[in-house]
Design a protein. Structure first.
Length: 199
């Protein structure tokens, strides 16, 4: 059994010591999981640049929304109590996490991309990626936007997540409305400031 390092240990030497205690198979699985996660995130960024309004957000904007979506998904807690409506005491709770299903769907985009074009999904042109997304979503019928977590497909979940944000409302109206933000009473009668158009 390895001895605990002596006092005055540095962070680096402590990490080296604790890592030596872990089985090699566990470290390999952790490394593999990290690699798979990075690949999924790359596919998610490519999906965001395909289905989100690229002309309004730009590539940096779609990457940011994809990262925000991933953080939201990582923080999703099944069975969490949700805010209830004004004037009612009825409680509702979040449903099961869609993370596993959506991860599988991101991998399916990669498989379809390799099968159709022999390249990774993020290496395809915008039109090629859009064609694959259209094929996947051809059977989806929506009467209205679902809540992000209720979307059956990750592409719809990403769209539903984005269009529920104040940023999407601002883009739709072309003005800095700041939905869900409180404006000072003195400025409540003023019209929202128009957004600057991307050049």
């Amino acid at each position: 059994m390895q001895r605990l390092p002596s006092a005055g240990i540095t962070r680096r030497s402590f990490l080296a010591w604790i890592t030596a205690l872990l089985p090699a198979s566990l470290l390999a699985r952790c490394k593999g999981a990290g690699t798979a996660r990075n690949a999924e995130d790359e596919t998610l960024r490519a999906l965001a640049s395909t289905v989100l309004p690229l002309g309004s957000l730009g590539s940096s904007g779609t990457d940011r929304v994809a990262a925000d979506f991933r953080r939201w998904l990582d923080g999703y807690r099944p069975g969490a109590e949700l805010l209830h409506g004004y004037g009612t005491s009825d409680l509702s709770y979040s449903g099961p996490s869609p993370a596993a299903r959506w991860s599988a769907q991101l991998r399916e985009f990669e498989s379809a991309s390799q099968g159709s074009y022999g390249r990774a999904f993020h290496d395809l042109s915008h039109d090629q990626r859009l064609e694959l997304v259209d094929t996947v979503l051809a059977g989806e019928e929506l009467a209205s936007w679902p809540s992000p977590s209720a979307a059956r497909h990750v592409a719809m979940g990403l769209l539903a997540y984005f269009y529920s944000t104040p940023e999407a409302t601002d883009l739709c109206y072309g003005a800095a409305i700041g939905r869900n933000a409180c404006r000072p009473l003195a400025t409540s009668a003023e019209l929202p400031v128009p957004l600057q158009r991307r050049v």
